[in-house]
Every structure is written in C-alpha cells, then in structure tokens.
Write a protein that binds this ligand. Structure first.
Ligand code: ADP
Ligand code: ADP
Ligand code: ZN
Length: 219
C-alpha cells in the first residue's frame, strides 16, 4: 500500500508515519529527514537546501522530486511506502504521478490530517527527537516513559531542529497555505483524499488512520 500523509508542519505526519512503518511494515519516506541528512553530510544537495530550510521556505521541486525518484526505485519500497512531507507543491504532485506511472504503481490514499493552525506552534516548539534512532517526542504531549531515556532504543541523547522556532514556523505555515494546501483539491478530484481529525490524541489519530486503511484494503 502506498500512502501520502498531508498536513501543515506539526500536524503529526512524522509521528503517524513512524507508527505505520512499525505496525504495517511500510517504508517511511520523509523528504525533510533526507534533506536534513544531506545538510549534515554537506553534500551538494545539502548545500543548496540549507539556507532555504533555515528560513522556512521550500526547497526546489527538481531537488525533492529527484530525491524521491531515486528512493522509490529501491527494492524495500516495493511492498509499500508512506510519503511524509512530499509532495508539497502541485509540480511535485504531477512529478510524483509520472514517477508512479513509469514504475507501474499507484497511490492508494492521501490522508489529510485536519488540524487547528493555532495549535501547531505549540506542537512544533515542543518537538524533539532521539539522536540515535529518530523516535519523535514532545515536551507536553509525548514525553518518554522514563524521563531522559528513549522508549525505543534506550539512549539518552535528544535533539531539536534548528527550524523549530516560532518565527520559522510562521513562514512554514505560510508556505503550506500558499503551495501545499491546493493539493487537497488535487487529490479530492482524483478520489484519493481521506480526512482524519489530527487534533485527536496521538493514539486516536492512529486508530482513525488504521480504520481508513482497513476500509481501503477491503474495497
Ligand atoms: P509533522 O511531521 O507533521 O511536522 P510531528 O509528527 O513531528 O509533525 O508532530 C509535531 C509534534 O507534535 C511532535 O512533537 C509530536 O510528538 C507532537 N504530536 C504529534 N501528533 C500529536 C497529537 N495528535 N496530539 C498532540 N501532539 C502531537
Ligand atoms: P515539517 O513536517 O515540520 O514541516 P519537514 O521535516 O517535512 O518539516 O520539512 C522540513 C523542511 O524541509 C521544510 O520546511 C522545507 O524547507 C524542506 N522540505 C521538506 N520536504 C520538502 C518538499 N517536499 N519540498 C520542498 N521542501 C521540502
Ligand atoms: Zn531512540
């Protein structure tokens, strides 16, 4: 099964993708993670993307479509993947359609995570993750079971993203409304769109997504 999780920064795409990857064996493809890895490694793509990401803008369509094109060809994606943070523009959505068509596969569903913008700043400013395994946490909404220890891997090093501050979040929200929100109409017209209430607690959102996927699998 191939899925897209769609929603503004802080909607819970990464959190739910991680859970789907664990529960259903789908591969999580986060363009944000891939770009951060490229910045860290100092590759050519990383050098191009760094300043744009720090300011909360969008990296060019060519770069991200290229990254996804290389990644979905890999054998581990054959059993299904979740796109987390891609596509983010209409040009990326059209590019993705072409990639899928060329590889003889298709998208099963686009899950729109409906949230209140006013809650996104608190979610993002409180976000952190395990430096070792990438597990996601929040100061208030998703604390590790034992303070200072990762639930998943037991390590004690955590990290916060440079762009997870209030000013940058506002630019990212604007980029979302300008460039990404039109994809809701695009996928509705293709009859792929399924909405869930992203303001529910994390477990509740997972249950809603699970119900959508079970329904699709039955159909
Ligand atoms: P996105 O990938 O869409 O930017 P994340 O999954 O990283 O969002 O979630 C942003 C922050 O909000 C994280 O710290 C996460 O722990 C927290 N979070 C995710 N889903 C919920 C939820 N349903 N309720 C409260 N907090 C949440
Ligand atoms: P969030 O889900 O919190 O918005 P991401 O980790 O998905 O954050 O993305 C972080 C940054 O990486 C974005 O603000 C943007 O600069 C860049 N980025 C990630 N995915 C894309 C994409 N598909 N197109 C353009 N830029 C992207
Ligand atoms: Zn960990």
């Amino acid at each position: 099964m191939n899925l897209i999780l769609l929603g503004p920064p802080g909607a819970g795409k990464g959190t739910q993708s991680q859970r789907l990857a664990d529960a259903r064996g789908l591969v999580q493809l986060s363009t944000g993670e891939m770009l951060r890895a490229a910045v860290k490694a100092g590759t050519e793509i990383g050098l191009k993307a760094k300043a744009v990401m720090e300011s909360g803008g969008l990296v060019s369509d060519d770069i991200v479509i290229g990254i996804i094109a290389d990644r979905i060809k890999k054998p581990d994606c054959a059993d299904g993947f979740i796109l987390d943070g891609f596509p983010r523009t209409l040009a990326q959505a059209v590019g993705l359609d072409k990639l899928l068509k060329d590889s003889g596969t298709s998208m099963d569903a686009v899950i729109e995570m409906k949230v209140d913008d006013s809650a996104m700043i608190e979610r993002i400013v409180g976000r952190f993750s395990c430096s070792n395994c990438g597990a996601g946490y929040h100061d208030t909404f998703q604390q590790p079971k034992t303070e200072g220890v990762c639930d998943k891997c037991g390590k004690s090093d955590f990290t916060r993203r440079a762009d997870d501050n209030e000013e940058t979040v506002k630019s990212r929200l604007m980029a979302y409304y300008r460039e990404t929100a039109p994809l809701i109409g695009y996928y509705f017209a293709k009859d792929k769109l399924r909405a869930v209430d992203g303001m529910a607690p994390i477990d509740g959102v997972s249950r809603q997504i699970g119900a959508v996927l079970d329904e699709i699998q039955k159909a």
